[in-house]
Design a protein around this ligand. Structure first.
Ligand SMILES: [Zn+2]
Length: 81
């Protein structure tokens, strides 16, 4: 499960939702309007670690992409988790 951010097309509310990777682009039901008017929006902080829209990374590739592979990266990784 991943956390995605959605914005309602009717009331402009933004909220986050945990759903399966395969459901990320499906319309999300707005907590306020109770209608499937939510569209996924970019979350810049998370984009640092994986590109959410491409869909071209497997879970294994993703794990390698975000795992530290130098001592310096390891240090930062351990410090900030
Ligand atoms: Zn709404």
């Amino acid at each position: 499960m991943f956390t995605y951010r959605y914005q309602c097309a009717e009331c402009a509310l933004e909220w986050e939702l945990r759903r399966a990777h395969t459901e990320r682009d499906a319309p999300a039901v707005c907590p306020t309007c109770r209608k499937p008017t939510g569209k996924r929006v970019f979350t810049p902080t998370r984009n640092l670690f994986y590109p959410p829209f491409t869909g071209q990374y497997t879970a294994g590739e993703l794990a390698r992409a975000i795992a530290p592979d130098t001592p310096e990266e390891r240090e930062v990784w351990d410090k900030y988790g």
